[in-house]
Design a protein around this ligand. Structure first.
Ligand code: AMP
Ligand code: MG
Length: 275
């Protein structure tokens, strides 16, 4: 069974994150053992992104969500490392600016959606509006509770317009998060990554769990599935995300477009020049 099938959340599923082992490693026992497969997935990703870019008919949106220190930045570094930057955009979403907050909640995300031929990666996303916003009641429940439907409608509209959407929840457990917080404290080159909000959010662990479970369960759809990626092991997270993205892109049956010129006529012109 592929990771697509194993890690995809079926539409309408009841998600229980506590039952999902964040330290799962698939069939691999170590990074070393998985290395050839990671390399192969990376190579395929590069090839398929080139094809998506050349074909210029559809777009891919990759949504990354997860708790603090779950590895959103690391995943972007890995997945993007396999791609040609000309065909990619990465957008991180923070606390909305004054201008963003003055608009409807989807406005800033829609602006960052990918053009045809492009891959867009969202580091946090429109899901924050049913995650942090729900946990801290930044808007009343009657406002956020309607957003699941709005999100599904937004994603369906994108999908109908040839934007393929893959959403990843990077799943770590509380011990792993603490380990990563410690690693940040102990490594001066990572002090800049530490934020007060990481520590402020930690006591809300269970509230976030409930919010993630609802968001993933209500918004995993055929056209925009959620995947829950066991992410305690960074190498497994990278492997699973790259394999899912590359296998998904492979399934699209993309083709290089036909030439816009008569290749035989061009060949003759070339020979005339070269002789
Ligand atoms: P980071 O990803 O570590 O740079 O942190 C970004 C912060 O922005 C996180 O604490 C998010 O919860 C917060 N954030 C992102 N989107 C929203 C939103 N729509 N409303 C409120 N806070 C948000
Ligand atoms: Mg952070």
């Amino acid at each position: 069974m592929s990771y697509i099938e194993q890690l995809r959340v079926e539409p309408g599923a009841k998600v229980d994150l506590r039952k999902i082992d964040a330290a799962w490693k698939g069939e691999h026992d170590s990074h070393e053992h998985a290395a050839p497969e990671i390399e192969e997935a990376t190579r395929k990703l590069r090839e398929l992104q080139f094809l998506l870019y050349a074909e210029n008919k559809r777009a891919l949106l990759i949504v990354l969500q997860g708790r603090d220190a779950a590895g959103k930045d690391g995943t972007i570094n890995h997945v993007l490392g396999a791609m040609n930057p000309q065909g990619c955009t990465v957008t991180g979403f923070k606390v909305p600016s004054k201008e963003e907050a003055a608009h409807d909640f989807l406005w800033r995300y829609h602006k960052a959606a990918p053009a045809k031929g492009q891959v867009a990666i969202f580091n946090r996303s429109h899901y924050e509006d049913v995650l942090v916003v729900r946990v801290h009641e930044l808007v009343p429940k009657e406002v956020w509770s309607k957003r699941y439907d709005h999100i599904n409608a937004f994603e369906r509209m994108l999908a109908d317009d040839n934007v393929h959407i893959l959403k990843f929840y990077l799943h770590i457990d509380p011990d792993e998060q603490l380990k990563r917080f410690k690693a940040r404290i102990d490594d001066p080159t990572r002090h800049w990554k530490i934020s007060d909000s990481d520590y402020a959010e930690r006591p809300f662990w269970d509230d976030y769990t409930a919010a993630f479970e609802d968001a993933i369960g209500k918004c995993s759809t055929a056209q925009a599935p959620w995947f829950i990626i066991p992410s305690n092991h960074k190498w497994f997270r990278n492997l699973a995300v790259s394999k899912i993205v590359s296998e998904y892109m492979d399934s699209l049956g993309m083709k290089f477009p036909p030439p816009s010129v008569d290749i035989e006529a061009i060949r003759k012109k070339y020979h005339a020049l070269a002789n």
